[in-house]
Design a protein around this ligand. Structure first.
Ligand SMILES: C[S@@+](CC[C@H](N)C(=O)[O-])C[C@H]1O[C@@H](n2cnc3c(N)ncnc32)[C@H](O)[C@@H]1O
Length: 237
């Protein structure tokens, strides 16, 4: 019987070529490219709504997503009269995860994979910002300490976007506790490791997010999936 795909079905070498190419791409590269796209879309949609407030990132590591977010906000300035009032605040130990509780343990979430230099990241962020807008701040330390105080202690009253990228339940729980009183309708939340821990919703950032929702007056809509298990949601009442 004649194949419906015609000649294409016979071009096994083309299939092999594309399969070899795709299977050899480092998954981290795919994840980061899609993360960049997701951030760009979220910032654009958030800007179209004339949202006010700050951009917060929990888990900054080398600053690649933090700096990318700054670029996206700068590039979408024309869509939002309040864009330049946005301050960029990032939180990280810059030493990895520290001592993890039994339930947070994961083969990939180990300090060796995530130690970096606070000074270098700060320089990188300032270079990206080039004095634009309301500036940036990087807070060094474990969330269990740095997020113990309320958001107001850091001059944060209004959050337009929060990127939760610290992988574990305990760290994301601290982040959600910290943002819960300053999010609003239209706040975008980016959850980088939503399907981690074998997809178990009783673990990781998913558990922390569900606990946040249970205590919150907000509901959410998922607007995007990206990379190796990240999602973007927007809050509404
Ligand atoms: C996946 S990396 C962040 C990647 C970054 N957002 C990017 O895309 O470029 C996770 C970061 O969370 C930080 N982290 C995890 N648990 C933490 C905690 N309890 N306190 C402070 N930082 C923590 C680690 O140090 C690490 O740098």
């Amino acid at each position: 019987m004649k194949s419906k795909f015609g000649l294409l079905g016979k071009l096994e070498f083309l299939q092999n070529l594309s399969s070899s190419f795709i299977s050899s791409i480092n998954p981290a590269v795919i994840h980061n490219i899609e993360k960049y796209m997701a951030l760009k879309k979220a910032v654009y949609l958030n800007s179209l709504e004339h949202q006010t407030g700050d951009y917060l990132e929990f888990g900054v590591y080398t600053g690649s997503s933090f700096c990318h977010a700054i670029k996206c906000f700068k590039k979408t300035e024309k869509f939002n009269p309040f864009q330049k009032e946005t301050k960029f605040i990032g939180f990280d130990s810059f030493e990895g995860f520290g001592e993890l509780e039994e339930d947070d343990k994961h083969p990939f979430y180990v300090d060796q994979n995530f130690t970096t230099s606070y000074k270098k990241v700060k320089r990188r962020a300032e270079k990206t910002l080039k004095g634009w807008g309301a500036g940036c701040q990087l807070v060094q330390g474990y969330f269990e300490e740095t997020l113990k105080v309320g958001a107001k202690e850091y001059g944060i009253n209004d959050i337009r976007m929060a990127f939760i990228d610290s992988d574990t339940y305990s760290s994301s729980k601290c982040a959600f506790e910290f943002i819960k009183n300053n999010v609003k309708s239209g706040t975008h939340i980016i959850l980088d490791d939503f399907y981690s821990y074998n997809g178990d919703p009783k673990k990781g950032v998913t558990l922390a997010f569900n606990e946040f929702l249970n205590e919150s007056k907000f509901k959410y809509r998922k607007i995007l999936d990206y990379g190796m298990g990240g999602i973007v949601v927007v809050l509404y009442k």
